[in-house]
Design a protein around this ligand. Sequence first.
Ligand code: PEP
Ligand code: MN
Length: 368
Amino acid sequence: MPKDLHIKKLSEWEEYHERPFVIAGPCSAESEKQVVETAIGLKKTGKVDMFRAGIWKPRTRPNSFEGVGAKGLSWLKKAKQETGLPLTIEVANANHVYEALKYGVDVLWIGARTSANPFAVQEIANAMQGADIGVLIKNPVNPDLELWIGAIERIYQAGIKKIGLIHRGFSTYEKSSYRNLPQWQIPIEMKSRLPEIPMLNDPSHIGGKAELILDLSQKAMDLNFDGLMIESHVNPKEALSDAQQQITPEELGKLLDQLVLRSPRPTDEKQLNVLEELRGKIDWLDKQFLDLIEQRMQVAEAIGEYKKRNNISILQNKRWEDIIYKSIEEGAKRGLSREFINRAFKAIHQESINHQMEIMNGKKKPEA
Ligand code: PEP
Ligand code: MN
């Protein structure tokens, strides 16, 4: 990441009012009536900051509805005139960028399939060189943080200062209740790498179903996301794309009313003291935990030494399976998930093997 990256905070964007920053609108623009009516409905909620609609739709399979194309841009312009809501559309190539700029679209977004493709992102970046617009970059379909950062860098190098991110989940082959797995650790890691970059969540494409949107939006608020991009259609059942995940503007208004907003930081001295005390306990426990792991490694090394002297192989599958099985049982009694124990113990086991290997190869002497 360039060290002198001066990306504007969301609070410095002229479109921003208050947290959460909400972008809403249909998956696709379908007709002038649908676009304008949806925008008016969204404006009425009083909670939407920007209007979205897909003009060109990247579809997984051919022969699905691929968007109305450039003619939809005049419908969006009309929606903006009627409601005052700034506009955002998806761009996937240089021509889309030129068309969008011609119509005065305020913010462009790069879709998940496009941000996975450096050639496409570079072409888009070149086309918007120096333009005074905002750009939102959805995470690539594959969970690759570096690729996502690469897309930010390409857009930044084109002179764009208003850059934000949209977490829309990651493709999965496995069956899941989500359309795209949230893998929250990835946007969290991104926020620790680039704390100032605006981060929105797209619960519509993560959930894939209208009924999952509220919980996902709340989770995003709990994790301190700056805003949400939610698909909304005046008549979701008739939508030409993503029908199951769209909600009406009224439903969206009610959903936003239900969100509990949490303060990103403690707000007074008392809260700070309570948290400090609890954090002190966590720090102490973490230290105990590290001391125990250190002791565990010393025992593993002693085993390594014994195996070396007696010519026994390091990996004893049966023993390992017993450890995992017992730990999962014990973990469950303590309210720890199976998945967590599995991952944590695999990592500990791998570290023990590494220590034993060093002993076997004579690189390290065991502790006396
Ligand atoms: C969309 O926002 O309608 C869209 C196509 O999203 P994504 O790129 O996240 O799949
Ligand atoms: Mn969609």
